[in-house]
Design a protein around this ligand. Sequence first.
Ligand code: PLP
Length: 404
Amino acid sequence: MFQINENYLQLGESYLFSTIARKVEQFSASHPGVDIIRLGIGDVTLPISPVVISALHRSVDEMGVKEHFRGYGPEQGYAFLREAIAEIDFQKRGIGISPAEIFVSDGSKSDTGNIGDILGEGNVVAITDPVYPVYLDTTLMRIGKTDKIRLLCCSEENGFLPELPQERVDIVYLCYPNNPTGTVMTREQLTWWVDWALENESLILFDAAYEAFIRDESIPRSIYEIEGARGCAIEFRSFSKSAGFTGLRCSYTVVPHELRVATANGVEVSLHHLWNRRQSTKFNGTPYVIQRAAEAVYSPQGQQEMQAMIDSYMQNAALIRQGLSESGFTFFGGEHSPYIWLKCPDGLDSWQFFDRLLEVCHVVGTPGAGFGSSGEGYFRLTAFNNAERTAEAIGRIAQLSSTR
Ligand code: PLP
């Protein structure tokens, strides 16, 4: 009989968002007409910006004209987009990344999940807890539940930033600004990690999906701002949250040419070469029209429109922070991130707090326990609703705390 990949059987069921949906549905059914505000969603709500929409229309029209029609494109992405990315996201910021080191893709979820294809099964892999679940689940799918997975506990004591591993770790997933905790790493902290990786010949998988939300130039937006990172890190970036592409699907991954590793028999291999091989074998490229849309984000108007969207979300984050602070909550994040991570009050666990918030305030958030056991006792709010609804939700939460 054929066999399956039994590692899949070791995955925890992903009940988080289905449980939230069920609870909200049940509450709505028993409380008809109640106005529920959602601050749990990790999806954007603002529409795609005008310059991007124009680029989409233009490129869709091209596809209907014989001379302009495009079939399969380069698996790594069209040069026009790779060049715009290299110039605006890196070179203009003084970071030496070339277009050839950029691989355009259809989402950071795919790339952070697929990167394991080019990594050996014997690696010890470190993953923060709490965490964006894709890193852990895709590692489990690949190597199963083994002692090769190390969870790096992120807690209030360490400011929700992982400590450098004391034992051997070959690969570490880092995500800053972080989902779910909203925390960021300073240049100094990220330098510790890069130095650690270089010294230990380890690889950092750096997810910068939320870099556009950083408000302070002193905080690194790319790991390649740190000296030596080209020799130890792969970086993942996404247009999803920065330019509202969650439904369009476009992202990119940077694999520097310096990233090399020796095989067991001493042959030096380039990770860029391996990822190129993987992508050109298993991926046929991001649609042309989507890449034209992403290119428009780099036009002067596109940059302005993107910034306006981010500013609007960050004003919501500021509203949430101010409201929580006035109500006496302990919380993290929300300064350089659309996520605010609050400590559940009164010793409630994260699902109990979810229930209280839903029942008393009619506000929906995300229980921290859904992001790993170290998330228990915490709760994630997001800045992706609109200003009016966010202010209303925070007002209701303030009333909850005044009646405690
Ligand atoms: N990385 C992190 C940390 C995320 O939170 C998300 C989406 O929520 C992604 C990656 C996925 O991004 P994409 O829409 O590009 O697949």
